[in-house]
Ligand binder design. Structure first.
Ligand SMILES: [Zn+2]
Length: 78
């Protein structure tokens, strides 16, 4: 498992706050990225607020990222 630092919402409409969790180890089809920066876009705001009724908490928003590739699974082709 990989210890991971993030900012998360614990419930709908929550303010993002520091949150630690563990990611599973990367598999043969995964690319591992050391995330350096991320954006929080309007889609993330809708999800934090559960505007579409599909959100799961705790939630770590921010799907637009910049980082460095640190490992590539043996089955990754592109
Ligand atoms: Zn977006």
């Amino acid at each position: 498992m990989i210890p991971t630092k993030s900012y998360a919402a614990q419930k709908a409409g929550d303010t993002l706050a520091p949150f630690n969790f563990e990611r599973r180890n990367p598999g043969p089809h995964d690319v591992e990225i050391d995330i350096l920066y991320c954006g929080v876009c309007h889609t993330d705001i809708h999800l934090v607020n559960n505007d579409w009724g599909i959100s799961v908490y705790p939630m770590v928003p921010g799907h637009e990222i910049i980082g460095r590739v640190v490992s590539v699974g043996e089955h990754v082709k592109n």
